[in-house]
Design a protein around this ligand. Sequence first.
Ligand code: ATP
Length: 235
Amino acid sequence: MLELKNIDTYYGNIQALYDVNLYIDHGEIITLIGGNGAGKSTTLMTICGVLDPRRGSVTYEDMDITGMSAEKVVARGICQVPEGRLIFPELTISENLDMGAFLRSDKDGIKHDREYAYELFPILYERRRQMGGNLSGGEQQMLAIARALMARPRLLLLDEPSMGLAPLIVRQIFDIITKINKESGTTIFLVEQNANLALKIGHRGYVMENGKIVLTDTCDTLLANEDVKRAYLGL
Ligand code: ATP
């Protein structure tokens, strides 16, 4: 479905990604783990058209999307839930969801997806008339995911959904990510510092250090890997 080949991405003169290669197949949950500043967000921004790599290619559904604008990438079915969530605080929850569907005109489909989003996150239905800014951190993360689903993505990119949230809420959100993948077949690319949980819900994983992919395997194998245990699982 998606392939990154030999990607080098820079911020000005500073190189952030070095020869990154990875692929995502249809229906998979792929996790990318790594410490602070490893290059995880840069990888996501390179996929979704915010950053243009200096070398290498991004191929999606057999189409070269390297350097394509973010808007065109979204129109092709790739949707990112950014780190820090970035919901609209002055809009109601219901209006926030509408914003997720702004490229669509299929009224029945939008209605169906809104109902599905509320079914996944009943708390958002209860609070649908409240302002986004009044939600707790966990609820804002839920809203950000629900809003992304309103674009009916085929590939959902999640940037550290656990960030700053209590363990119980994180578990709830990760259960819902699994549910979305199972029920709608949405392919998921999950970028996380919470390696333990991310590797538990992922099918395959990549480990990134200093802008390079240093390890890749099934998540079960990565969970059992001594280096991963020591560096990322605190064991
Ligand atoms: P975090 O979990 O802290 O977000 P990350 O793995 O997502 O980490 P990136 O944000 O992709 O890491 O950062 C990769 C490298 O690029 C880091 O060395 C970082 O300092 C650098 N970097 C990130 N954004 C910029 C920028 N706007 N300008 C210059 N360098 C940047």
